[in-house]
Design a protein around this ligand. Structure first.
Ligand SMILES: [Zn+2]
Length: 291
C-alpha cells in the first residue's frame, strides 16, 4: 500500500488498475525514439513497459484521512460498468472496495467524495449496483461535483445526437447521486473547508478542478488529469488526446505546474505510475518531476 503524510493527514493510494495501454505516439504525436533514449532511465519500468513498448497509466483514487474525517478524491471506473468502447475498463470486477477497507475506510465511513472532473474513470465507484439499480456507494457522503462539468455533460446527455454522455457515465455514476440528494454542485474557485480549496483548471474537461490542500503548513495538490503522464511535466505543451479545449488544457497545465513548483506542494496526480506522488521543480520554461 502506498501511503503519504501531508501534515497530520494520511493520504493513501487506492489502486484500481495499473496497465501498459498506449503506444506513446498514440497519446503524444511528438514522441520519438530520441525521447525514449533521453528519458528511458526513469520511464522504465514504472511509466513505460519496454516489452510491449507502451506507456503505463494507473487508475487510482486518493483517500485523505484527517482528524477522523475520510475524504475520497476521484472514484476510478467502478465494477460492472458497461464501457464497450473502453475495453481496458469495461465491466471490471476488481477488489477496489477491499483495498479501500485495507486503507482504513468502509464505504459508509466516507464523509466526502470529491471528483476532479466528470469523466468515466473518475466517477465509477460513486455508485454500485443494488437490486438492479445504481445507488450511491458512499451512503453517508456528500459528493462534490464540478457544476461547469455537470452542465456540459447534462447538455450532451439530453441531446439525442450525443447521448448517452461519456459512454453512459453521466447516467450511471452522476445522476443517481444527484437524485439521492447527495451531490453538491460547485463552481470554482471555492474554499471547501479550513484545509481544502477548489481551483478551476479547465481544458481536459470544461469544469476540471484541482484540489489544493494546506494542513499545518504542509501543502499538497490533487491534480486529476491536468497531466496524465510525467512526460507532460517535461513537455507541458504535450496534450492528452481527449480535451474539451486543447489550448485551455495547456494553459491550465502550465499554471498548475507553476503553482506546484512555487508552493512546494506534494502532487497527487490521477494516473501517474509509481511512486505515484511527488514534487515539481521549475526548469527554465519547463519543469522536472521529483517523483
Ligand atoms: Zn482520467
Amino acid at each position: 500500500m502506498t501511503v503519504f503524510k501531508v501534515g497530520k493527514a494520511t493520504i493513501t493510494r487506492i489502486e484500481e488498475t495499473y496497465l501498459a495501454i498506449y503506444p506513446p505516439a498514440d497519446l503524444f504525436p511528438d514522441w520519438s525514439d530520441a525521447h525514449l533514449k533521453a528519458h528511458g532511465h526513469w520511464l522504465v519500468p514504472h511509466h513505460y513497459d519496454p516489452d510491449t513498448r507502451k506507456l503505463k497509466l494507473s487508475v487510482q483514487s486518493w483517500l485523505i484521512q484527517l482528524d477522523g474525517r475520510k475524504i475520497l478524491v476521484d472514484a476510478c471506473c467502478g465494477n460492472q460498468k458497461s464501457r464497450p468502447t473502453r475495453p481496458w475498463w469495461n465491466m471490471l470486477d476488481t477488489p477496489w472496495l477491499d483495498r479501500l477497507a485495507a486503507a482504513g475506510a468502509r464505504p459508509d465511513e466516507i464523509d466526502m467524495v470529491m471528483c476532479t472532473h466528470l469523466h468515466h474513470d473518475h466517477l465509477g465507484w460513486n455508485t454500485r449496483l443494488k437490486d438492479g439499480r445504481w445507488e450511491p456507494t458512499f451512503a453517508n457522503a456528500r459528493y462534490v461535483f464540478s457544476k461547469p462539468d455537470f452542465d456540459y455533460f447534462q447538455k450532451l446527455d439530453l441531446d439525442p445526437a450525443t447521448a448517452p454522455a461519456e459512454f453512459g457515465t453521466f447516467r450511471d455514476c452522476v445522476l443517481p447521486v444527484v437524485e439521492a440528494g447527495r451531490a453538491d454542485l460547485v463552481s470554482g474557485p471555492h474554499r471547501l473547508n479550513e484545509f481544502i480549496e477548489i481551483l478551476p483548471a479547465p481544458g481536459h474537461s470544461p469544469g476540471h478542478f484541482v484540489f489544493k490542500l494546506e494542513i499545518g503548513g504542509s501543502r499538497a495538490m490533487m491534480t486529476g488529469d491536468v497531466f496524465h503522464h510525467l512526460l507532460q511535466v517535461y513537455y507541458p505543451d504535450w496534450n492528452f488526446p481527449k480535451n474539451s479545449n486543447a489550448d485551455d488544457a495547456r494553459t491550465s497545465r502550465r499554471r498548475v505546474l507553476d503553482d506546484c513548483a512555487a508552493s512546494g506542494a506534494l502532487v497527487f496526480p490521477g494516473h501517474v505510475g509509481a511512486p505515484f506522488a511527488g514534487f515539481i521543480e521549475k526548469n527554465g520554461p519547463s519543469f522536472v518531476p521529483q517523483f
